[in-house]
Design a binder for this molecule. Structure first.
Ligand SMILES: [Cu+2]
Length: 554
């Protein structure tokens, strides 16, 4: 898999008060990635007002001293009437968003975070296909945000309450009123009860905040958790389950020397937004460098990339291959053996790792050179590894001839005179431009994303599942000169690990990425957006509306 140079530089380069340092350099200096141009990224709650905070150097921390936390399972407190049918009673859950402090590492002071239900990640919803549930998302957060808001961003104007939240279950097929539309935020002291009918296949979903203009801050603060849908088709397969099925939520953060969350800003108090944010350490289920005791047998890992901007390129220290069995929205047609697994923000991978034959060994899950999680394989003589089924679940390939419409949509950005990104746009439009994508309910369309930026964008559509058709390089000069798509190479099929149902697709620069989507489930208003959260918050999000059958698509 190739990544463009700029992306690579952004992920690996660092700037520290004029001092260039590798993210793994043993220094306490501020270590943050560079965006284009000479702009110095400052950090802090208010960089302009106070002394510059210094980042904690995670390389000074002892590794593998904390056990990997497994988020607790959410419990229902009541049964309440279904919005679809009052005679039907659904499990009701109440989840409070509230401030907590918790240790991210044994040797660190507790870190202030914002949680769902008291932990980061929040409680895991264990749900079953076609069994609906109700969740009351209660905003019990403080009135003031502890991260720097950019009041110049759309939806984050100073006239609005500072703290606003609205929960979205990523990957859920949810009625529009329960999807967490970004403008339907509410302030502390308020709540919203959402209905999740779960009329979808087994998959690893995740929930997170989606409030207009501050999503990146709310998720960075900790508002995220898992939502797992199970079904009979998956149960019928002999996959590792129970204690052998491990959820793994990955994200990166930077802390200051007081172990408090450290979100960088531009240094301009009037425009603190920066185009992308990378932390200098990754967390696994909310801990730095944890370990997990495993038996010498097969385990299933449900991996979620919940980072603001970082992509993960996962591998095992002993060069053992993963067997990927699922992607965003469920099982793949068959297991795929992979030495590395790449996940962009928002994407998920279901991986099987077979520790049999490795009793007594320590195997580290890595992201490129960075250590994430140590597996300690016990000596126990548990039963032999699970033989994975040769076929997992049929994924009928959608045919282009089914599509009634093809939309060509650019992924673009506006830069300042120094080449710094100031705004990122879908199809050249801002959030509040009139809705221009109105597919008809139960129709199929092809969406063709033309990436005219120098950056990779993971594009996510709410409500629907889709398949990736292909990616193809094109001539950017021809596009800029006459808006004509002139391809410069052959179309590439999606990688085997992407060959299932997806809801987020990696769109590389200089390429046209095509997806095929059936707009099914509900008519109404949803969003599609880049899942780099800094982009999403600065105009790289658009509403779309599914119109009733019989209407004309726009
Ligand atoms: Cu983007």
């Amino acid at each position: 898999m190739s990544f463009n140079r700029r992306r690579f530089l952004r992920d690996t380069a660092a700037i520290a008060a004029g001092l260039m340092a590798s993210p793994l350099n043993a220094t306490d200096a501020l270590i943050l990635p560079m965006c284009r141009g000479p702009r110095l990224i400052k950090t802090g709650l208010n960089a302009a007002a106070g002394p510059q905070r210094v980042a904690l150097n995670p390389n000074r921390l002892a590794r593998f001293v904390d056990a990997l936390p497994i988020p607790k399972v959410a419990t229902s407190s009541d049964l309440r009437a279904s919005p679809d049918d009052a005679r039907l009673k659904l499990p009701y859950y109440r989840v409070e968003m509230r401030e907590v402090t918790s240790q991210l590492h044994r040797d660190l002071a507790p870190t202030r975070q914002w949680s769902y239900g008291g932990s980061v990640p929040g409680p895991t919803f264990e749900t079953r296909s076609h069994q609906g549930l109700l969740i009351e998302w209660v905003n019990a957060l403080p009135a003031k945000h502890f991260l720097t808001i950019d009041f110049g961003l759309h939806g984050a104007e100073a006239a609005n309450p500072e703290v606003r939240t609205v929960a979205h279950v990523h990957g859920a097929k949810t009625p529009p009123g329960s999807d967490g539309y970004p403008e339907l935020w509410y302030a502390p002291g308020q709540s919203a009860t959402y209905h999740y009918p779960n009329r979808q296949d087994a998959a690893t979903l995740w929930y997170h905040d989606h409030a207009m203009g501050i999503t990146r801050l709310n998720i960075f603060a900790g508002l995220l958790g898992l939502f797992i849908v199970r079904d009979e088709a998956e149960d019928a397969l002999d996959l590792p389950r129970g204690e052998y099925e491990i959820p793994l939520v990955l994200y990166d953060r930077t802390l200051d020397r007081d172990a408090q969350l450290f979100y960088p800003d531009s240094g301009d108090p009037n425009a603190p937004w920066i185009p992308e944010v990378y932390g200098n350490v990754s967390l696994c289920n909310g801990k730095m460098f944890p370990f997990l005791d495993v038996e010498p047998r097969a385990y299933r890992l449900r991996v979620v990339n919940a980072a603001n901007g970082r992509f993960y390129n996962l591998a095992l220290s002993n060069h053992q291959a993963f067997r990927q069995i699922g992607c965003d929205l469920g099982l793949l047609p068959q297991p795929v053996e992979l030495a590395t697994v790449t996940l962009f923000p928002g994407e998920r991978a279901d991986l099987v790792i077979d520790f049999s034959g490795h009793a007594g060994e320590k195997i580290v899950l890595k992201n490129q050179n960075d250590e994430l999680l140590q597996f300690r394989v016990t000596q126990s003589t548990a039963k032999a590894s699970v033989a994975l089924p040769a076929s997992l679940r049929a994924v009928p390939q959608m045919d282009e001839s089914q599509a009634v419409k093809t939309r060509v949509l650019t992924l673009g950005e506006r830069d300042d005179y120094q080449g710094n990104s100031t705004t990122v746009l879908l199809d050249g439009k801002r959030w509040d431009a009139p809705i221009s994508e109105k597919p008809v309910l139960d129709s199929t369309e092809i969406w063709s994303f033309v990436n005219i930026t120098g950056d990779t964008h993971p594009v996510h559509l709410h409500l629907v599942r889709f398949q990736i058709l292909d990616r193809r390089p094109f001539d950017l000069f021809a596009w800029n000169a006459k808006k004509s798509l002139e391809y410069t190479g052959p179309a590439q099929k999606p990688a085997p690990g992407e060959s299932g149902w997806k809801d987020t697709v990696r769109c590389d620069p200089g390429e046209v990425t095509r997806i095929i989507v059936r707009f099914e489930g509900y008519a109404g208003r949803y969003v599609w957006h880049c899942h780099l959260l800094e982009h999403e918050d600065n105009e790289m999000m658009r509403p779309y509306e599914i119109v009733a059958a019989g209407s004309r698509a726009v």
